[in-house]
Each structure stands twice: as structure tokens, then as C-alpha cells.
Design a protein around this ligand. Structure first.
Ligand code: G3I
Length: 408
């Protein structure tokens, strides 16, 4: 099941979620979106035109201390951070130090998902998650919890064990146990992850997931109400991908996501934030247009926050092989996307899905050996703010400048 769904996710990211130069120009044209960031037409056009080299550093440019991402974020009341791989945290000093230097919020890339946490139906494995939360506490970082209810990364025993009679019990017990352990230590929890998939043809555009098949649409309400009952201070989040660009499928998904969170919020279900994953792509024709701006504005109007939860930029659609050119294109997207999103006061947290390129999920292979980079399978993506030696890419400086552009 996981393989199929992972492939589905890969296909979606690889083919649908694309953002290119044309997309940037289109975003520029959205009234009240980029312009709300303090950019006027001409200045903004110039900024976009220069997006090939935003914040291009001198070779010796400083990037820690006052020059770090977290210093720029904290000065504006923002959170910035990354998804953490627990293995790397132990064995790569440079990785660990980069997290310490740059992040005031972190999220576990995998360690708090069902499969790693649930070795058996009656067992919980907390060692990695405990170590992760302790690391964050030691270094004064906030924590995002990812995630409590998802169709992927379910444990091998799940399908044969969980049925319509006991599914609610399993879901409630899991949420209570995990959230109780970390109560008061988690800024925000992804309570439900990726519940929308309009192509599945279910009411409200809900995904035909194991949780949907077991409990119907009410699984979302069960999850959110249980979460609130355990940790009233945690920001309860609905998190999804492929809702950024203006393609037809993305528009339909965005509309379904908006419909879902509106129904939950207006129905009194405790939900505090929307996570826009932001797995973006460089060099393709699809665009980010007014749809995302409207989503952010409507979410804000509901009294909810918006988080950028899993930012990275897939460079597979860039034709040229020159690494520096690709870095510049990717940086342009980091800067323009984050700057635009931060023009809304609803957007308060920006997390990248990793730190350095080599260990990005985009540079890994699926279990079946298939690649995330179908067009350039042998080319390592430059998709994150740091290179493999933990030196900043142009994307770092673009991201930092975007954080710095936040209006007080
Ligand atoms: O840890 C096991 C290992 O014990 C086992 O031997 C090996 C065999 O394949 O698998 C290892 O687990 C892998 C895990 O990553 C840790 O490396 C899983 O197979 C693999 O499916 C898993 O991929 C993760 C994927 O989510 C599925 O959970 C990626 O690292 C992670 O970056 C990705 O993150 C997701 C977000 O959670 C949700 N949004 C999309 C995002 C990207 O797909």
C-alpha cells in the first residue's frame, strides 16, 4: 500500500506541482499579493527579473549568528526551520550544527509518523522522537509534530489489525498517547495530513484513504477533537500539498481543502492552522496565481494561521545542467514564494523539508528504485538552502531576505 501511495505522491509532485519563470511573472500580477509585500509594479518587476540571483552572497558572506535565518525570523516574530533526520543528527556534526545555527523550529521528517512509532499494535517506540524533542528543547527550538493521521507510513500490521469496529479506538488512543507524552512541548501538530484528493471522487474531495474507508469523513473531526482534548495549547493543523499553483487540478484541490477547513472551523471543530507544504518545482510552465493568495486570505478570515511546512524546490524541469544556474533559479523561487507568502500576517512559520541537498527526499530513491527526478535521474537536485558541505546556496540568502522583508 505504501509503495503505491508513495508513487502516487511522487507522480503528483513530479508532474503537477510546477512553478517556473512564467509562474513568477503571473504571481507578480496578482493585485494585493506581491504588492502587499511592499513591492510596487516596477520595483517588483525588477526584483523578479533579478530573481536569478537574489541575495547573491560574497564568497565570504556571513550566515550564522546575527546573519542566520533564525535571527532574521525571530526579529520579526517568525519561526524558520527544517525537517530533521534523526540518523543524520547523530552522525553528521555539520548537519547538527546547521540546525542549531539556523532554526528556531524543527519537525521530525519521519520519526513521529505511525510506522516508526508503532512497531506493534500494542507498542509505542518513543526513543527517536524523545531524542528529537530533547534536542529541540536543549537548543531553544520550537517543535512541529508531524503527523497524527495520514494514509502513508502506516505500520505493516495496520491493514490486518485495524477494522471498522476498532479504528476509532486506535486513532484516539494513538493521538492521546503521543500527544500526552509531548504535551506542552509542541507548538503545532499536523493532526491530519493530506486528506484531500478530488480525483478519488468522494464527497468533499476527500481522499479514499484507509482512515476514510474505516471511519468515513468523521475521522477528521475525531482526530481534531481528540487532539484538542489532550493539548489545548498546541496549534492544530491540517496539512496538504499541491495546492500552490494555478493548474486546474491544483485549483480543484485547493477549493476542496478550503471547503474542508471551512466546514470544520465553522462547525466548531478545533482547528487552528493550514499547512501549505510548498513542494515547488522550478522551470515548468505551471504558475502560482491568485488562487494561493485567496486561500491564504480566506484561511486568515477564518481566524486561522497558515504555515509553510515542507518547502523545497524540485529542479528536475530545468534543462541546463549548470549547477550555478540551477541554484539561481531555485533561489529565485525561494525568495519570491516566501516573500509573497509572508505578505500575509497569517503566515508565521517557514520550514524547509531538509537542510542540505544530498539528504533530501527528492534525491532519494523509492523502495522500487524509481527516481524522484525522471528527467534527470543522475543529476543531484539543488533543492534546499544548503549544499552538501553545509555552505549556503543562493536559496539561503533569498530565503533570509524574504524573512527580512516581513513588515512589522
Ligand atoms: O526507516 C526505514 C528502514 O528501516 C527501512 O529499512 C527502509 C526500507 O525502505 O525504509 C525506511 O523508511 C523510509 C523512511 O522514509 C526513512 O528513510 C521509508 O521507506 C520511506 O517511505 C520514507 O520516506 C519518507 C516519506 O515521507 C514517506 O513517509 C520521506 O523520507 C519523507 O521525506 C516524506 O515526507 C513527506 C511528508 O511526510 C508529507 N508530505 C510529503 C513529504 C515528501 O514525500
Amino acid at each position: 500500500m505504501e509503495n503505491t501511495k508513495a508513487k502516487d505522491t511522487r507522480r503528483t509532485f513530479g508532474r503537477k506541482l510546477m512553478l517556473g519563470g512564467a509562474g513568477l511573472a503571473a504571481l507578480q500580477a496578482v493585485p494585493g499579493w506581491l504588492h502587499a509585500a511592499g513591492a510596487t509594479g516596477t520595483a517588483e518587476a525588477s526584483r523578479w527579473a533579478q530573481s536569478a540571483a537574489p541575495g547573491q552572497p560574497e564568497p565570504t558572506a556571513s550566515f550564522t549568528g546575527d546573519a542566520s535565518l533564525k535571527a532574521h525570523a525571530a526579529a520579526r516574530g517568525l519561526f524558520v526551520g527544517a525537517a530533521v533526520n534523526l540518523g543524520l543528527l547523530t552522525r553528521e556534526p555539520g548537519y547538527r550544527q546547521t540546525l542549531i545555527d539556523q532554526c528556531n523550529i524543527v519537525v521530525a521528517e519521519n520519526a513521529m509518523k505511525w510506522a516508526p512509532m508503532r512497531p506493534a499494535p500494542d507498542q509505542f517506540f518513543f526513543d527517536d522522537a524523545d531524542r528529537f524533542v530533547a534536542f529541540a528543547e536543549e537548543h531553544g527550538m520550537a517543535v512541529r509534530g508531524h503527523n497524527l493521521c495520514w494514509h502513508e507510513q502506516l505500520p505493516p500490521w495496520f491493514a490486518a489489525t485495524v477494522n471498522k469496529q476498532n479504528a476509532e479506538q486506535y486513532l484516539v488512543q494513538h493521538i492521546k498517547t503521543v500527544m500526552t507524552r509531548y504535551k506542552g512541548k509542541i507548538r503545532a501538530w499536523d493532526v491530519v495530513n493530506e486528506a484531500i484528493k478530488p480525483e478519488d471522487g468522494k464527497p468533499e474531495g476527500l481522499r479514499d484513504s484507509p482512515w476514510y474507508r474505516l471511519l468515513g469523513p468523521r475521522y477528521l473531526e475525531i482526530a481534531f477533537r481528540t487532539a484538542r482534548s489532550v493539548d489545548p495549547a498546541a496549534l492544530l493543523t491540517y496539512n496538504d500539498y499541491d495546492i500552490e499553483t494555478d493548474g486546474a487540478a491544483q485549483g480543484a484541490k485547493r477549493q476542496a481543502v478550503m471547503g474542508l477547513i471551512t466546514r470544520l472551523k465553522q462547525g466548531g471543530v478545533p482547528i487552528d492552522a493550514l499547512g501549505v507544504q510548498s513542494h515547488l518545482s522550478a522551470g515548468s510552465a505551471s504558475k502560482i496565481d491568485g488562487g494561493l493568495a485567496a486561500l491564504v486570505a480566506q484561511t486568515r478570515a477564518l481566524g486561522m494561521k497558515v504555515f509553510i511546512t515542507e518547502l523545497d524546490v524540485n529542479d528536475d524541469s530545468l534543462e541546463g545542467d549548470d549547477g550555478a544556474d540551477r541554484e539561481k533559479s531555485v533561489a529565485g523561487i525561494y525568495g519570491s514564494y516566501v516573500g509573497s507568502m509572508l505578505s500575509s500576517p497569517a503566515v508565521t512559520d517557514v520550514l524547509c523539508w531538509g537542510v542540505a541537498d544530498r539528504y533530501s527526499w527528492l534525491n532519494s530513491k523509492g523502495k522500487d528504485g524509481s527516481k524522484w527526478r525522471p528527467k534527470h535521474p543522475d543529476r543531484e537536485e539543488v533543492c534546499l538552502p544548503f549544499d552538501n558541505n553545509y555552505q549556503p546556496h543562493p536559496a539561503f540568502f533569498a530565503l533570509r531576505a524574504a524573512l527580512g522583508s516581513r513588515k512589522a
